[in-house]
Design a protein around this ligand. Sequence first.
Ligand code: ADP
Length: 438
Amino acid sequence: MSKGTKVPGYMQGKGSRNPRGIIGDREIRYKCSLQNTILDVLRGRPGWQEVPGDGDWDFYWCDREWLAQNYDTMFLYEHQKILHFRNHYELTRKNLMVKNLKRLKKQTEREQGKAEGLSFEFFPTTYELPSEYHIFVEEFKKNPGIIWIMKPAARAQGRGIFLFRRLKDITDWKKGEYQPLSDPNREVPETYVVQRYIENPYLIGGRKFDVRVYVLVVSYNPLKVWLYRSGFARFSNTRFSLDSIEDTYVHLTNVAVQKNAPDYDPDKGCKWSTQQLRKYLAAKHGVEAVKKAFKGIDNIIIKSLQSVQKIIINDKHCFEMYGYDVLFDSDLKPWLIEINASPSLTASGKEDYDLKFGLLNDLLNVLDLENRLTGKEKRIGGWDLLWEDGPILADDGNMECTPNGTTASIPNSFLGCHNDRKRQLRELYTAAQSIKKS
Ligand code: ADP
């Protein structure tokens, strides 16, 4: 659809509408920009029908480019749902994410004191280049010998990233990258972030990994956040060492990077489920240490979303499924590496396919275009409600993760816990039916 064209949306008058503004007695019409697991999920969903071309839709899993081109001119009816908030990049561009986090940290320190500000110590020291080059150089000089990582602010999959120890390495790079103004054919310099490299990652089998965490935001005002209990850890293929900082197979855990490693085994892959990881860590360090580490991830999620809560254009038609990348250091402290608004939905194997299929199917259950739920649920399939204008506490019957000393006041957060999503959904729908009937 070209820029400026109105998106027609669902024709009012067709089909009935219930008080929550959701389609009643006809099929749900969807569009999808991607050709991967999400399309399989949509095609397999009873009562949902794909819309060809520019036809009217109720649900659109669109790409970010489409949204950027059409959002400002489109009109949406009450019930329509579309992926992405208009300015999602406030959180998903590496430089903007850090800028927003720094701002909320400062504000928190000002209003609630320095101690509260410590709860923001989950992102490594970061500067935007070229704009903060001079502040970076000061910081660099204060910490001789440490390793820094340079990352293009808007690229993904490990592209353009390198590590360095000497300022000279960056001045050489600067010459190459920042000469554009003397070269009329080049555009303005690309924005980078330079970030303190986490030199002591938690290692398993001598290898570094990061954890992919799925988070669903259905509203920014009030902030309403769901956390998916399953995810995975992505391992690097090569044993960790600080001797070879130029070796991306050692330092970057992106699958896109690792799959090109010479000894990469596609059958083995480099992934563990988050369940497997949590079990491993609990066996090694005890349940309490792991609970604390995973609670740190909840904090990362909430603080990062709050940092853009007032900036994101809140629109009741929009939702976002973020892929958070989190790295544990050797003290099991979680660090936020980045947040993706289009986490890969292409499966790398059967297990990955099952995870992503379940994740997306459950996401559609949360959005509930079919209007099968009551709207009061705290768990839907593998998604747990983490935040709704404040923290959500777990119900008594929902304590799989806390065999020792469960109380009703534990947070409703179960990342890496057992995910019996199908059974849960069956029970949930039966319960919702009887509540609605009575
Ligand atoms: P991209 O968007 O290109 O994937 P990321 O910021 O996610 O960029 O970085 C790619 C990978 O590099 C991460 O998955 C992680 O393994 C590693 N990495 C990035 N930043 C750091 C850091 N500050 N310390 C340690 N490792 C990092």
